[in-house]
Write a protein that binds this ligand. Structure first.
Ligand SMILES: Cc1cc2nc3c(=O)[nH]c(=O)nc-3n(C[C@H](O)[C@H](O)[C@H](O)COP(=O)(O)O)c2cc1C
Length: 306
């Protein structure tokens, strides 16, 4: 079984990838998306989204990190994909799941799920441009308004030569509302000869098992569940119990010191509160801490509370 850490814009940056992969269980991370609009990004944009490029594109615990691109131009996505792998990204991932209005208005992200031929054009051009030994992967939802093009989209991804497909088992219209329709992934799996990774609504090891049974996928991608329970991947792989709160608290301290020293230190209060909002889904202690810090604005006060 492979477990992938989901890309999460504004939440899972290199510091979070470092902390979560150090907990064990993850085999691959995907970065937040790099938006491609009619230009070849300078090298520094790739390092900004993936500072791990300076260390062989691996987190400090040795888990590979793949760059994700989002856009609509086959040509410019291909140019940027080539640069990503030249800089050391182990392959490149293409985002066709983003529900953001500004992104969709510019024909990027999930709106492309209305056009299987656009998926085909993008993936085949990227596949042709990137050296054959480097994987080109895609991430989709079941559809935009509904799942009527789900099989056409998956067939387009496979025909274009993608090496792997991650499926977030909801439409754009479903947003992030439970449930995730894992059984729909099994339908896709019957239709296309392509390694598929199931994603969506996996919060516990039991969810992971049910998702595997219903999707017929062995490999899984974890997003919010890993933020709510940092040792989730480790528990899924080993059967170990989740870490006790004291250990999560130690992680929060490490995160705080990382974030304050990092280049985005000014965002620390918001980032910490955001993470606590995920943690409180699994740890009642996180709710108590959140209540204490929610009105605080200064990093020193927050650190004091932790
Ligand atoms: C705050 C947030 C940011 C996200 N950013 C990205 C992104 O940059 N690229 C992407 O492909 N998916 C992104 N996603 C979707 C996740 O990767 C994942 O598919 C989704 O959260 C479902 O998985 P989960 O139920 O395990 O969280 C984002 C999701 C959230 C909640």
């Amino acid at each position: 079984m492979r477990l992938l850490l989901a890309p999460m814009e504004g939440v899972v940056d290199h510091l979070m990838r470092d902390l979560l992969t150090a907990e064990g269980g993850f085999d691959l991370c995907v970065t937040e998306f790099l938006r491609v609009v009619e230009q070849l990004h300078p090298v520094r944009s790739f390092f900004k989204i993936c500072p791990e490029l300076a260390h062989g594109a691996k987190t400090p615990s040795g888990v590979p990190v793949r760059i994700q691109l989002l856009g609509q131009s086959p040509h410019w996505l291909a140019e940027n994909a080539v640069r990503a792998v030249e800089l050391g990204s182990p392959g490149v991932d293409l985002n066709f799941g983003c529900p953001a209005k500004t992104v969709n208005r510019n024909r990027g992200g999930s709106v492309l799920l209305k056009e299987p031929e656009a998926l085909y054009a993008i993936i085949s051009e990227v596949r042709k441009a990137v050296p054959a030994h480097q994987p080109v992967t895609a991430k989709i939802r079941l559809g935009y308004d509904d799942a009527s093009l789900m099989l056409d989209n998956a067939r387009a991804v496979a025909a274009a030569g993608a090496n792997e497909l991650v499926i977030h088992a909801r439409t754009k219209r479903d947003g992030y509302r439970p449930p995730a329709y894992w059984d729909q992934i099994a339908r896709i799996k019957e239709e296309v000869q392509l390694p598929i990774v199931a994603n969506g609504e996996i919060w516990t090891p039991e969810d992971a098992r049910r998702c595997q049974q219903q999707s017929h996928c062995v490999d899984l991608m974890l997003g919010r569940g890993a933020l709510a329970c940092p040792s989730l991947a480790h528990s899924i792989k080993t059967g170990a119990k989740r870490r006790p709160w004291q250990q999560v608290l130690a992680l929060l301290k490490r995160y705080s010191l990382f974030e304050i020293q990092g280049d985005k230190g000014c965002y620390y209060p918001n980032r910490l509160k955001q993470w606590l909002q995920f943690l409180r889904l699994q740890y009642p202690e996180a709710q108590a801490l959140f209540d204490q810090v929610k009105t605080l604005k200064h990093k020193e006060e927050l650190l004091q509370c932790i």
